[in-house]
Design a protein around this ligand. Sequence first.
Ligand code: KIV
Ligand code: ZN
Length: 379
Amino acid sequence: MNNRIQIFDTTLRDGEQVPGCQLNREEKIEVAKELEKLGVDIIEAGFPISSPGDFASVKAIAEVITEATVCGLTRARKEDIDAAAEALKPARKPRIHTGIGASDVHIKHKFNSTREKIIEQAIWAVEYAKSYVEDVEFFAEDAGRADLPFLAQLTQAVIKAGATVVNLPDTTGYLLPHQMHHRISYLFEHVDNIHQATISMHNHNDLGLATANTIAGIQAGARQVEVTINGIGERAGNTSLEEVAMILNVHKDLGFTTGINPKHLFPISNLVSNLMGMPVQANKAVVGANAFAHSSGIHQDGFLKHAQNYEIMNPEDVGVPSSAILLTSRSGRAALRHRLQLLGFELEKPELDKLYTRFLLMADERKMIHDEDLKELVG
Ligand code: KIV
Ligand code: ZN
């Protein structure tokens, strides 16, 4: 089996659905160009039928992107597919992403339909999208809660209708990793034509398991992952691109590769956070402000002896300028000595001990000790 994982970025579609995070056309183009530099394979540029502005943005992105596939989302409706096909006309590599609910709760309470009718509509949508573009991705919304034999039937039907990719979203972020692994493995065992399409993971983070479920899906055979920068997206968000990319990079033993150049991860995280006005939590894996910051005495001492004692990635490899040693009342003498040396102060042990006592008093009071505070301490 091919072990190259296709990175499908949906920052500009699922990510941009976050209230207050809407971007204008120029901002979307800027993000799309940076995503291409980062090395993503597919950019989901928007949902063209949703508004004239989104239609125009998808079209503008389709005009400027040269390497990545540009994708537009649609429901399984004629007017949606027509709009996506029109917006994607300028794309060198266009993809239509169409689909419909697959769980009984969606079939009954969203579509007031039946499993049989859902399959018919899914086949129609794929065939209709195929009349415009070769590359058609089908999403089985809420696949995470769908009846598994029905999901197998639906997957088989849309592949037969020509879907090149079948996306099996855990729309509500419900599954546990072993359940995701089981579901994808089941489909590989029960869908005869499954190797004619790429199986895609699209997981939401309602229980904080989006990344873990995505990795479980890859291990069971999925070869495309749908992710966003900083994990932004509906409710608790989507799978975070930087987490999946670095898991596959750090765990080379798993044997998977991506086209991502990790050096762009931190810069694009900042760009998206600034443009969307959506701060990144400080303890966010890979790109958070504290991801490479060491603050307790034991960790600082170990880190100063050898970075790998407390770091599994080099900050520079993901575009973070350097690790940081933060001085707080939890810091030890090693960190204090290190910071003083960087400021040009070499203290003998008795002097350092005395200063350390005063340092702790100051740190209890001020919480964080900065270079100016240290200069004041040394006098
Ligand atoms: O979460 C989801 O199911 C989606 C689909 C529209 C792909 O975003
Ligand atoms: Zn989604």
